[in-house]
Design a protein around this ligand. Structure first.
Ligand code: FEO
Length: 164
């Protein structure tokens, strides 16, 4: 049986994942307005990935015979100063999500909830990938600096995610 505290944290994490989905969709829309369609496509896929993460939590909470309690999702920000600014925020956001997963993992261990601990292993691995992906793009944007041609080619590269 999963303890009430863990169910509450799982539901909270579900909300974080849905909020992430909403945030990345907002970023995708920003990139569309900036005519950076490759960045926009990448962020739209990322938004869909976050929805899938939320659904993993949704399914798990139901599987352990507990109730999913959906929380309010705040409106995401919709203004950024540059692609650099977007990916600085993305990287910061992913680190916050990792901290939140870590908190959940720690709580599961403290409560000797080994089933939830085991379930969370996927998220631990995923967060390593998510942080690395955001940081790689952030570093590439920094490398490009003010070079518009560089940005054009990175946008084309970002579009590749949609094709892969
Ligand atoms: Fe589901 Fe990007 O954390």
């Amino acid at each position: 049986m999963v303890k009430e505290k863990i169910v509450r944290l799982l539901n909270k994490q579900l909300n974080h994942e849905l909020s992430s989905s909403y945030l990345y969709l907002s970023m995708s829309s920003y990139f569309e307005t900036e005519k950076l369609s490759g960045f926009a496509a990448w962020m739209k896929i990322q938004s869909q990935e976050e929805y899938k993460h939320a659904m993993k939590l949704y399914d798990y909470v139901l599987q352990v015979n507990e109730q999913v309690v959906l929380q309010k999702i705040e409106a995401p920000i919709n203004k950024w100063t540059s692609p650099l600014n977007v990916f600085q925020e993305t990287y910061k956001h992913e680190k916050q999500i990792t901290a939140s997963i870590d908190e959940l993992v720690e709580a599961a261990l403290t409560e000797k909830d080994y089933a939830t601990f085991n379930f969370l292993q996927w998220f631990i691995t995923e967060q390593v990938e998510e942080e690395a992906a955001a940081l790689l793009i952030l570093d590439k944007i920094k490398l490009i600096g003010d070079n518009k041609t560089g940005l054009f080619f990175l946008d084309r590269e970002m579009a590749g995610r949609a094709r892969s």
